[in-house]
Design a protein around this ligand. Sequence first.
Ligand SMILES: Nc1ncnc2c1ncn2[C@@H]1O[C@H](COP(=O)(O)OP(=O)(O)O)[C@@H](O)[C@H]1O
Ligand SMILES: [Mg+2]
Length: 319
Amino acid sequence: MPIVVQGLSFSYSKGTPFEKKALDNVSLTINDGEFVGIMGHTGSGKSTFIQHLNGLIKVQEGSVEVNGIRLTNAKRPKPDYKKLRATLGMVFQYPEYQLFDDTVIKDVSFGPKNMGYKKEEAEAMAREALRLVGLDPDEVGAKAPFELSGGQKRRVAIAGVIVMKPKILVLDEPTAGLDPYGKEQILNLILRLKKECSPTVIVISHDMDEITRYANRLIIFGDGKVAFDVPMTELFKHGSELEELGLETPSAVRMANALKARGVDLGEGIVNMDTFTAAVLEKLRQKGEKVEDFNGIDWFGEKNKENAPLSDGVFGEGV
Ligand SMILES: Nc1ncnc2c1ncn2[C@@H]1O[C@H](COP(=O)(O)OP(=O)(O)O)[C@@H](O)[C@H]1O
Ligand SMILES: [Mg+2]
């Protein structure tokens, strides 16, 4: 079932001299199976918006419905928050700061224990979640979170969210603070989770090239409102609007425009390096060049490695 947000407005410190409007009449629907990227300047309301989706921020005005669970400012009926949080998993910014237990396995099994699962069941779920994020439970389960690398900690934190197999996964800047290789690994992990665990994914990001590689739809917040909401395949038509919003045009779109200005028209639908490369290869093929089939860019030479890219436990530091 979709996420339906209607007329959602929110102010911090409402009714005080410090009142600050953070969301202003936001309405949108996110359907099952979408991969939505959310962008916008710092302070545009992105985090406030997603924190409404799992009930962390209480609705003041308007409504939010997640998989049939309705959130409004009415006192009754009280929404089933446990069910909501098992349905929609939320990975906050720098989630590794929220690891608290003395071992990884205890930390990851906290959610299911809290939901009433017995210790053994909860730990079995935690082991599965660790495997799903590319960690070996036998290797890291008994360790203290502080013994792990920055990227590993982040994966443990994500395991603690997906352990309940939420249908919807929401991540607030999941690659912040990681080096390019660490980012690549987290993005691949998110794609894997979308396939194997949480069919609907919503990601907040600052990186246009990152978002255009993965998401099918881009929503841009500006000043607490939805300033822009398009399917990724339409993005190339909206360069000037992106500029007005102070956001860069994706690199692939800029390169395609530069080629077009020089008489090489790669056609429509270019949003990222994969679609750009595929269009260039198609152009060469049309010219009679022999060109190999293309199935995506292998940024770090991972595709031919055994079990790559998630099983090696190597991550960029710097978190
Ligand atoms: N806890 C808070 N108290 C008061 N104002 C806040 C709080 N959190 C966010 N704000 C304000 O609400 C607006 C939206 O913030 P936020 O949702 O965090 O934006 P974003 O995630 O897009 O950076 C900003 O003006 C911000 O300063
Ligand atoms: Mg934020």
